[in-house]
Design a protein around this ligand. Structure first.
Ligand SMILES: *Cc1c(COP(=O)(O)O)cnc(C)c1O
Length: 515
């Protein structure tokens, strides 16, 4: 196993290394023409929006900036550093060529207010991309506006509401059903759109309990939100039956497509009976995530819901591409302009390069990798695979270390921290809630057999440590730039320190600031 040591720089904030005299770049002096233009522009600016005072930006040389950010990057961990098996997040490698295209000048300098005839190229790309998404998912039309999976869900939930309202049932259909294994954003989005959330339990096989579902549906059912394969990585085989139950009750089916990496080219949500879908481009389609964005969560619908999509849609009239605002029952805009165009472009490039066969192959390998790990890891002492040890998984699986906890005191949290010491990012833990001491693992197709075997070896080593020298695991991580964090203090409003302004006022008031 390779030695892993993360850098441990004692790195001050940029504000702390700032010196008045330092400059990284000097803007050209303003000429008379520019000055006059600026005066002219300021004339119309309301008094209360003007700022006379100088803003407190740090003053740094180029060397300061480069070293500062290089050091910080050495203290963090990403998909480009090593294995990142964060379940439900599809942290796969994102080909750099797509970044290069997305940041080319012809893309960077387009402005959303340009006249349509001057941006036909990017509109064509967006139109083509949305038709590819429609084909991949079995929907008929996509909006590329939403900026995240959760925003896609909210958009979908608002479409469900608008649809029932249009049918004169806006007040009666006020319930959305979600399984107890759902991603937390599902019930949150439904509630945000004004629905009451009804939770249905999972059965012994980790799938929706059909009997419980039958009991949960009624004339108040507006829809069901489901991800398939579910968060246990198990494919809901009775999906057609589920779809029939919901449709017979007058509800709509929403597909949480964050897990589409598992089924690309194999099966389509549209063919499973779903009416609305969102995709997470920042998981499956070549945009990294985890740092807060930008992301993209396009939403697709079947023919009968087309007229409810957000405006504008990108359309083609046979001669030119245009922004279509003529959508009769549109829920309106959900985002400024037309979506995160750079992320859309990377998805376009990714699909173009992979082709239909490539996408299918990626899915196959991601599933193969997950099943290889599921089998190997569940054979290690202290770990088990609940909900059917021999049942095949799709892109991910949920391991439990309940036995390890009872026998050694080492928890899922401890194991995940210890993994960091071996240069492997922690998996998602304690989710879904239906598995005790859960470690949710998604290796993705990017990992080679060598790196998967190394992962298995590391797990076996951690299991040994837990039984022989539990302190080693309980106090982990040891080799990272930041040691075991006091999670309660880190997230408590009293101790949390999120900005330079907060930090400074805490320092001034003499409070102790935790790093
Ligand atoms: C990631 C994820 C989401 C939410 O996506 P965001 O872009 O983080 O808002 C929703 N559902 C599932 C299953 C996910 O994995």
């Amino acid at each position: 196993m390779g030695e892993f040591r993360q850098a441990r720089w004692v790195e001050p904030l940029v504000f702390e290394i700032s010196r008045e005299s330092k400059r990284g770049h000097r803007f050209p002096r303003m000429n008379g023409l520019l000055k006059a233009a600026l005066r002219e522009a300021l004339k119309d600016m309301p008094e209360n929006l003007r700022r006379e005072k100088r803003i407190d930006l740090p003053c740094l040389s180029e060397v300061d900036v480069v070293r500062h950010f290089t050091r910080l990057s050495q203290m963090s961990f990403g998909v480009d550093t090593g294995l990142y098996p964060l379940g439900s997040c599809t942290m796969k490698y994102n080909p750099k060529v797509n970044d290069a295209v997305a940041s080319s000048d012809s893309i960077r300098y387009i402005h959303p207010y340009q006249p349509e005839e001057t941006v036909q190229g990017i509109l064509e790309i967006m139109y083509t991309l949305s038709s590819w998404f429609a084909e991949i998912t079995g929907m008929s039309k996509f909006s590329l506006q939403p900026s995240a999976g959760a925003q896609g869900e909210l958009t979908g939930a608002l479409i469900i509401r608008a649809y029932h309202k249009r049918n004169g049932e806006g007040d009666v259909r006020d319930e959305i059903i979600v399984p107890d294994s759902a991603h937390g954003t599902n019930p949150a989005s439904a509630a945000m759109a004004g629905f009451k959330v009804i939770v249905v339990p999972s059965d012994m096989n980790g799938c929706v309990d059909i009997e419980a579902l039958k009991e949960a549906v009624s004339s108040r059912t507006a829809g069901l939100m489901l991800t398939n394969p579910n968060t246990l990585g198990i494919f809901e085989e009775r999906i057609l039956e589920i779809s029939e139950i919901i449709h017979d009750a007058g509800g709509l089916l929403y597909y949480d497509g964050a897990n589409i990496n598992a089924i690309l080219g194999k099966v389509r949500p549209g063919d499973m009976g779903f009416d609305i879908v969102h995709l997470n481009l920042h998981k499956t389609f070549s945009t990294p995530h985890g740092g807060g964005g930008p992301g993209s969560g396009p939403v697709g619908v079947k023919e009968h819901l087309k007229d409810f999509l957000p405006v504008p849609l990108v359309d083609f009239d046979g001669e030119r591409y245009y922004l279509n605002y003529d959508v009769p029952y549109s829920i309106g805009r959900v985002r400024a302009f037309y979506g995160c165009v750079d992320v859309l472009l990377k998805a376009f490039m990714y699909i173009l390069i992979m082709g239909a066969e490539g996408l299918e192959k990626a899915s196959e390998i991601s599933v193969l990798n997950a099943n290889f790990l599921a089998r190997k890891l569940s054979e290690i002492r202290g770990f088990s695979l609940p909900y059917g040890k021999d049942k095949p998984r799709k892109h991910e699986f949920v391991l439990s270390c309940s036995d390890l906890k009872h026998e050694t005191g080492v928890t899922a949290r401890n194991v995940s921290k210890r993994l960091l010491d071996y240069g492997i990012h922690a998996p998602t833990i304690y989710f879904p809630l239906i598995v005790k001491e859960a470690l949710m693992i998604e290796p993705t197709e990017s990992e080679s057999i060598e790196s998967l075997k190394e992962f298995v070896n590391v797990f076996a080593e951690i299991s040994n440590e837990a039984y022989m020298k539990p302190e080693l695991v309980l106090d982990a991580p040891h080799n990272t730039s930041v040691s075991l964090v006091d999670e309660a203090a880190a997230s408590h409003p009293k101790t949390m320190c999120l900005s330079w302004r907060m930090y400074k006022s805490k320092l001034l008031s003499g409070e102790r600031v935790k790093g």
